[in-house]
Design a protein around this ligand. Structure first.
Ligand SMILES: *Cc1c(COP(=O)(O)O)cnc(C)c1O
Length: 404
């Protein structure tokens, strides 16, 4: 069951984040959300057996079709993203897979960025073509390249901004308009880096938004999840196939943890941005650092777009060092005291990881020479991807100063 259109009742985002999808439990008067682990629900009258018979039935039947704690999280996300409906999945990649495979089939064409989140990039390159979906890779910062890639059978344009790991942005409103004018049915945005506090892609003309809830929205590094948000009719159709048949649903326990994390999203994003700005300025001045990419810095090549499209610059940045990346990374593993040298991002604690260009080219992107040249414009031989947490910026600066 897709999340009900909660609306945010005109509240500000801080109030919405705390209260949307939550209510005093009518049975117990509990003020905080219940965790309902039950997989099956006893109907008050006889209903059909197939999930198809449950369309229009308001209650819960079976955990894979919908369950109460997950529905509460969906309602909160609907309100934060100002969407009509949401469907949660067991991870961000499960959400992306469900959306793409739920909407596309043999003979359809998909356009994806020439560099984006590795799990989705590899899904597009290695898996989708096996099922007859043709994929093109374009530089989203060049609308003329997107226009040239569109064909009569193009059914979906996949955007990611800011993109992992380049920190390149794309203009959602301009690309959504371009795609729809040329007959592309679906524009989907992976908005994991931005969060709804920075950007609401649906208001800019996108049809779907995807988040890894594992990152900023859950925010504490202790629960995986993913979500697709969009129009109610689209998500009801997706629910029948992509949750009921693909089955990658979110566990109620993870939904409960993410529900608690999401309540503080607006204040955490302010803290992420504040600390990231301090750290980015420090890195920009540091003699051992050759380049820094942070949308909040005037030096970001698309800073003007960032100012227009992002209400919050988030906590993600990349930087390059004059010394070889792997050498610096080895010192980080041993000597960092606050920042963890570990993958993932968007948690309350800061995380850093070295992403070598040759490694990722072999494993994931396999760019043509021109695309590789453009990728290296942003990444050189590799980047340190730093997810700035909500610690004090000066402590993070001292930690980085020790290892650079
Ligand atoms: C982490 C991430 C994903 C995948 O999410 P998981 O929850 O790890 O499956 C997708 N997109 C972006 C931008 C991410 O950072």
């Amino acid at each position: 069951m897709a999340g009900k259109s909660g609306g945010n009742r005109g509240w500000h985002s801080e109030t919405t984040a705390v209260h949307a999808g939550e209510y005093i439990d009518p049975a117990t008067r509990a003020s905080s959300p219940n965790l309902v682990m039950s997989v099956t629900f006893a109907p008050e009258a006889v209903t059909g057996f197939s999930a198809r018979d449950e369309q229009g039935y308001e209650g819960f039947v079976y955990g894979r079709v919908g369950s109460p704690t997950v529905a509460q999280l969906q309602d909160k996300l609907v309100a934060l993203e100002a969407a009509e409906a949401a469907l949660c999945f067991g991870s961000g990649v499960a959400a992306a897979h469900a959306l793409i495979c739920g909407r596309l089939g043999r003979g359809d064409h998909l356009i994806v960025p020439d560099a984006n989140y590795v799990g989705i990039a590899e899904l597009a390159r290695d898996t989708l073509p096996r099922f007859g979906i043709d994929v093109s890779y374009v530089d989203l910062s060049r609308p003329e390249e997107v226009a040239a890639a569109i064909r009569p059978e193009t059914r979906m344009l996949w955007l990611e901004t800011p993109a992992n790991p380049t920190m390149k942005l794309c203009d959602i409103a301009a690309l959504a308009r371009l795609a729809h004018e040329r007959g592309v049915r679906d524009v989907a945005v992976d908005s994991t880096y931005a969060t709804p506090m920075a950007t609401q892609p649906l208001s800019l003309g996108a049809d779907f938004v995807v988040h890894s809830l594992t990152k900023y929205i859950g925010g504490h590094g202790d629960a995986m999840g993913g979500v697709v948000l969009g129009r109610k009719a689209d998500l009801d159709a997706l629910n029948l196939e992509a949750t009921v048949h693909f089955g990658g649903v979110l566990s109620p326990f993870n939904a409960w943890l993410i529900l608690r994390g999401a309540a503080t999203l607006p204040i955490r994003m302010r803290a992420h941005q504040e600390a990231a700005m301090q750290v980015a300025r420090f890195l920009e001045e540091h003699p051992a650092v050759s380049r820094v990419f942070y949308p909040g810095l005037a030096s970001h090549p698309q800073h003007a777009l960032a100012q227009r499209q992002m209400r919050n610059f988030s906590g993600m940045l990349t930087f390059q060092t004059r010394e070889a990346g792997p050498t610096v990374a080895a010192r980080m593993v041993k000597q960092l005291e606050v920042i963890h040298y570990a993958v993932s991002l968007g948690h309350h604690r800061s995380l850093i990881y070295w992403i070598g260009t040759d490694d990722i080219e072999n494993s994931t992107f396999r760019h043509d020479p021109e695309q590789l040249r453009r990728y290296r414009d942003y990444t050189g031989d590799g980047v340190f991807r730093l997810s700035v947490g909500i610690e004090n910026g000066e402590d993070l600066i001292a930690d980085l100063g020790r290892v650079l």
